[in-house]
Design a protein around this ligand. Structure first.
Ligand SMILES: Nc1ncnc2c1ncn2[C@@H]1O[C@H](COP(=O)(O)OP(=O)(O)OP(=O)(O)O)[C@@H](O)[C@H]1O
Length: 687
């Protein structure tokens, strides 16, 4: 996957920093019963609010600090009062900043911040609140008593139960997450079991509040996560990174997951495509890898017969272990979350929130070895300069990220222009209607289209962004589909063998050039040789109709067909230095390519650089991509950004590079259209 071709050498990787802090007062002791009746574990039910009074020993001042701890849907309030009662500190650990908690005996390993023993107290809440002094005297008396009871050499048994609260506090300026551990020590009762019940109640209540905070789009807590890890991605340290950075966080979050290590290219795609119980077993799929593996997962899902349900019910997450990591950075940007200097930790935190946001997917059609293919993309399509630098510099991979800079300089010196034709459907056209209507309209226009139907255009003004969603089948259709399941099953195998082969489009499904139609015709007849010809034909017809519901319906005419000007298609013929289409903000973690892009705006940002652009302007463009200031603010004859819903590139000649999500594909005509909000990606916003 691409990284920013040119970086300023002196640029800081990140301005943010994450420090690990355990507050000195992390040992907080309860003095009082919280009013609940202790009982065996199962009976404990979470409560909307829990309050406890705890003490922290302050050795310097030789006194205890009283802290009121309140757990509520907002999070955990810690209210500290000084002995003089004149200074009150309050801190809120937001529920969204808490990743999870655990409870039990004191951890063997001494937590940073200290687990200092402090004095016990057995008061009623009111008394405790009323008299600090009396508490301290009582604590001293208790301690003296217990010291007397103890035999020489005998250590005091610790009946306390501990609650460990794991939080990553979000701080602005610089944007960062501060790892924080809070420990509550429950020792009201002389019996460990009772103290444990109290700790358990707090633990359950935290879980409950977190679950509620995740909202309607929350993942099903009864299902696991599937984590796919590419051990070869990026620097090839995926396994170690997972063990050191991801697994501890998953433990803190009590995440249930299955880990699959990929063994070869296309492993993940095949796994996701073919695993029958995927939806029953998993609530989401997380790839610990670069963008390449995410691409495989997306396309594997789209190859499933139940792709529609899979896209709706499975949320997809990414933990950046690759070299480009454009998607992980785009999601962090969307979430207003830090990325550097610990991208793996930050991305895992996002995946642990349990929330998801719809994200656009782009359907791409292209020719490969004289066959048509359909694939699904989430990042970008590149033709020209950036694709050249990305792919051609592969041979310098051994020198690291510098390869992009070196190759960019080379490309600037020997600047190439590619002749061809660009077609696009500007975002401001009427294409906010449903997919089915559009498909029908496109079909009519295709049939009546003249030879060269698309007009050449002036640069298009930037359109206002409108939120749109992928139009899903109504539930009745799902029911209908199920009713015909037995029929469909007879075709399912045939389909699954050949899912990636191009389908001309919904309207030309019966075309003689469609391999799939031919396959069905033959297969259908042979498997139903005892039925009438009419019946077979009808069945094929029905299966074709059903199948058109089984893949997202394209609104574009097929790749060989002309584009209808009547539907708003515009075109431009000429020489291009680059046409790069992006639908996420970042092409790589250091390449802020389409700053206006949103995860689900239903837009493709076409960045066009025309022949005639000056080298210095181009250099400036490449140098500014890291902070998103590379696009012209005013109208520029050479560099332009167009928000579109679909586009087609028809390169002249056969020499050049085309990339989809950073991977090279065959050079030739290519077209793409956006499907708004088709998948759900893990975010912390849930919208
Ligand atoms: N075990 C494996 N061995 C070799 N290749 C693999 C393996 N598992 C997956 N792959 C392939 O490696 C390709 C690249 O992986 P990935 O995207 O995770 O890393 P990357 O290329 O370093 O990162 P980025 O895509 O962000 O630049 C994927 O397209 C996938 O097909």
């Amino acid at each position: 996957m691409t990284a920013n071709p040119v970086q300023r050498p002196d640029r800081q990787q990140s301005e943010t920093a994450t420090e690990t802090v355990t507050e000195p007062e992390s040992e907080l002791e309860p003095v009082l019963k919280s009013g609940m009746t202790t009982e065996s574990g199962e009976a404990i039910t979470a409560q909307s609010e829990l309050i406890g009074i705890f003490y922290v020993e302050n050795r310097r001042r030789k006194q205890n600090i009283k802290i009121m701890v309140k757990l509520c849907p907002d999070g955990i309030y810690l209210r500290r009062e000084t002995a003089e009662n004149d200074h009150i500190n309050e801190q809120l650990i937001r529920i969204d900043d808490i990743v999870g908690s655990s409870y039990g005996k004191r951890l063997k390993k001494r937590a940073r911040g200290g687990l200092n023993s402090c004095k016990s107290a057995n008061h009623e809440p009111q008394e405790a609140a009323d008299e600090d002094e009396e508490q301290q005297q009582q604590q001293q008396r208790e301690q003296q008593k217990s010291t007397k009871r103890r035999q020489p050499g005998q250590t005091q048994a610790d009946n306390s139960a501990y609650l460990y609260i794991y939080a990553y506090l979000k701080k602005e300026k610089p944007l960062r997450r501060v790892q924080t551990l809070r420990i509550l020590r429950f020792r009201t009762s002389d019996h460990y079991a009772e103290n444990l019940n109290t700790a358990r109640l707090w633990h359950h209540t935290i879980r409950e509040h977190k679950q509620r905070a995740a909202g309607k789009l929350a993942r099903d807590p009864g299902k696991k996560l599937l984590i796919l890890l590419n051990p070869k991605s990026g620097s090839g340290k995926g396994r170690e990174q997972f063990q050191k950075q991801v697994a501890p966080l998953l433990r803190e979050a009590e995440a249930q997951y299955d880990l699959q290590i990929t063994t070869h290219p296309h492993y993940a795609q095949e796994y996701v495509r073919s695993r029958k119980d995927l939806l029953e077993r998993y609530a989401g799929i997380v790839v610990a890898s670069g963008d390449g593996l995410f691409y495989e997962v997306l396309n594997g899902l789209m190859e499933r017969m139940d792709w529609r349900r899979a896209c709706r019910e499975l949320s997809l997450g990414i933990i950046p272990c690759g070299s480009g990591n454009g998607l992980a950075k785009s999601i962090a940007h969307h979430c207003n979350e830090p990325y550097e200097p610990k991208p793996i930790l930050h991305a895992t935190l996002i995946c642990m929130t349990g929330r998801a946001t719809p994200m656009d997917v782009v359907r791409v059609e292209l020719n490969h070895r004289d066959k048509h293919f359909v694939m699904y993309s989430f990042l970008s399509i590149g033709w020209g300069l950036i694709a050249d630098i990305d792919i051609e510099s592969e041979r310098l991979r051994s020198i690291g990220a510098q390869r992009f800079t070196l190759w960019a300089i080379r490309r600037l010196i020997t600047l190439r222009c590619y002749p061809g034709k660009l077609f696009y459907l500007p975002a401001s056209t009427k294409h906010t209607e449903g997919s089915a209507e559009l498909a029908a309209k496109a079909a009519t226009a295709v049939e009546s289209a003249p030879e060269s139907p698309v007009e050449t255009v002036e640069p298009h003004p930037v359109a206002t962004r409108t939120f749109s969603e992928f139009k899903d089948l109504p539930d009745e259709s799902d029911v209908q589909l199920r009713a015909h399941e037995s029929d469909l099953d007879q075709f399912a195998d045939a389909l699954s063998m050949d899912r990636s082969v191009y389908r001309q489009n919904g309207d030309s499904w019966h075309s003689a050039v469609s391999r799939r139609t031919a396959y069905y015709s033959v297969g259908g007849q042979s498997t139903r040789s005892n039925r009438s010809r009419l019946s077979v034909a009808q069945r094929i017809e029905a299966a074709n109709a059903e199948f058109s519901q089984l893949v997202p319906a394209s609104t574009m005419p097929g790749l060989q067909l002309p584009l209808p000007a009547a539907d708003g298609w515009l075109s431009e013929a000429g020489e291009f230095v680059m046409v790069h289409a992006a639908y996420t903000t970042h092409l790589a973690s250091d390449c802020f390519f389409a700053p206006d892009s949103r995860l689900n705006d239903g837009l493709i940002y076409l960045v066009i650089i025309r022949a005639g652009v000056g080298r210095s302007q181009l250099l400036n463009f490449l140098l500014s991509m890291h902070n998103g200031t590379h696009l012209p603010v005013e109208e520029d004859p050479h560099i332009q950004v167009l928000p579109v819903r679909a586009f087609r590139i028809e390169p002249s000649g056969s020499n050049g590079i085309l990339t989809i999500d950073g991977e090279r594909v065959d050079y030739g005509p290519i077209q793409a259209e956006v499907f708004p909000g088709l998948i759900n990606v893990m975010t912390n916003t849930g919208q």
